[in-house]
Design a binder for this molecule. Structure first.
Ligand code: PA5
Length: 445
């Protein structure tokens, strides 16, 4: 089970002040539970883990198996909330070199629709030319330009390469039940499709088919992932006393730090596989809280590599930051530092030690150094990089985000700010219906 330690924030904020949030946290929990807060039509994620049925998981697994049986590569097309959750889990659980290995136990998972890089898409298409590939097209609105553009290319290539019948088998849509272009295409073409519930926003959708299908295709146990989330749903429930509820404490602490002038939260990992968990977390908190000219700026670093770059800023830059470290208690493999007769590198003092022991001392050393340098530090410990822990971690961050956003006083479940660039882009591209905007924006150039 996940644990949270906030002791190393107490030189900067007081325990009393954190615990003084108890009533606000309670109010936030009640508002979430009773659906009386802002954005209450997007609370479908709240009890999602415990409402997922065995039949639903079996259905997802059966579709995943079709893709696994018929594809060397599966491209997951999606952006933001329709992409980051799946990637976060898959990268956290995958062998780092999986896709370079000759003998594969699962299709290689690649991603598209999350950028508009012509070279990226060209190179992807080139790579796929001699591959048996399938596509999972994920878009709740079914109208996201990046994803729709990538899917148009991939659909054509898949049909050209594999024939219409096979394409129908290996293209799966995850989208709205009724509306949007992705739904129309899926229905017209006869693709297998899954629904993204209306009341679950993109960044909270990792435990819907949006995340679960790609994760199952990659060969990971979605039952265990969901079980981990269910356990965390209980551990962070509204009836769990404040002091024992990690999500409540995390939400309270980060709000108190923010009030204290720590405007930037840096999520830290000491395991490269967690890079995309941080990317997912950045979206979750950035899109949920960054509005009405307020909100903690969510940043992330991968240590120890970034200790050799951003470490300087963290140690001695402007004191407006705090760190939240995700620490993995137990690694999955064993590797000892070998002894060397010549000891030219001077590393014999480490001989016989586990590599992870060195990593853990880097973690502890960095924590103490950064606290000494004026950076408050929280620590989230997860038992291991496995489905259970990651499922728990995802739900922990989601529920804490809902509570934290309500404490901040914003609607954590909308994202009005992401429309501004789209309007300008469509106007600049002369999209039909944007004639007035086109004229206006061109006058500004
Ligand atoms: O969290 C969000 O709402 C966004 O990140 C969306 O998920 C993202 O823009 C993709 O939208 P859609 O699933 O409609 O293509």
């Amino acid at each position: 089970m996940i644990s949270l330690n906030i002791e190393k924030t107490f030189g900067f904020i007081s325990k009393e002040k954190v615990f003084a949030y108890e009533a606000q946290v309670k109010a936030a929990q009640e508002a979430l539970e009773n659906g009386t807060g802002k954005g209450n039509d997007f609370l479908g994620w709240l009890h999602l883990p415990s409402s997922i049925t065995k039949e639903h998981l079996a259905d997802l697994k059966a579709t995943a198996q079709v893709l696994r049986d018929n594809c060397e590569v599966v491209v997951v097309a999606g952006i933001g909330g329709s992409y980051l959750g799946a990637r976060a889990v898959i990268e956290a659980l995958s062998n780092s070199f999986t896709w370079l290995q000759d003998k594969k136990t699962a299709p290689v998972i690649l991603y598209a629709g999350h950028n508009i890089g012509e070279d990226y898409l060209y190179e992807l298409i080139e790579y796929l030319k001699d591959k048996k590939f399938g596509v999972i097209n994920i878009s709740k609105s079914g109208a996201t330009t990046e994803t729709a553009l990538a899917f148009r290319l991939l659909k054509k290539q898949c049909e050209d390469q594999r024939g219409k019948d096979m394409a129908k088998k290996v293209i799966v849509a995850i989208t709205d039940a009724k509306k949007g272009a992705a739904r129309v295409t899926a229905d017209n073409e006869g693709y297998r499709s899954f629904i993204i519930p209306d009341n679950v926003g993109g960044r909270f959708s990792v435990l819907t088919p949006v995340g679960l299908l790609p994760i199952a295709v990659a060969g990971f146990d979605i039952e265990k992932l969901v079980a981990g989330a269910v356990a965390m749903e209980k551990a962070c429930g509204k009836d769990v006393p404040f002091a024992q509820n990690p999500a409540a404490i995390y939400a309270a602490t980060r709000n108190e730090l923010y009030k204290n002038g720590e405007k930037i939260e840096i999520l830290v990992n000491f395991n490269p596989k967690l890079h995309y968990v941080s990317e997912w977390w950045k979206q979750l908190y950035g899109e949920s809280e960054g509005k009405e000219n307020k909100g903690i700026f969510p940043a992330a670093v991968d240590f120890s590599t970034d200790l050799h770059s951003m470490g300087q800023w963290i140690q001695e830059g402007e004191r407006t930051i705090y760190e939240t470290v995700i620490s993995v208690e137990k690694v999955n493999h064993k590797l000892e530092v070998p002894s060397d007769a010549q000891n030219l590198d001077g590393l014999n003092f480490l001989a016989g030690k586990r590599v992870d022991e060195v990593n853990k001392m880097a973690e502890l050393g960095a924590q103490l150094a950064h606290v000494d340098g004026g950076v408050p530090n929280m620590r989230i410990v997860i038992p291991a990089l496995n489905e259970d822990s990651i499922g728990g971690l995802l739900y922990f961050f989601e529920i804490a985000c809902g509570i934290s956003g309500y404490i901040l006083g914003v609607n954590p479940f909308n994202q009005p700010g992401v429309e501004a660039y789209k309007k300008n882009m469509f106007a600049l591209l002369n999209k039909p219906g944007y004639e007035e905007e086109s004229k206006a924006i061109r006058a500004r150039l």
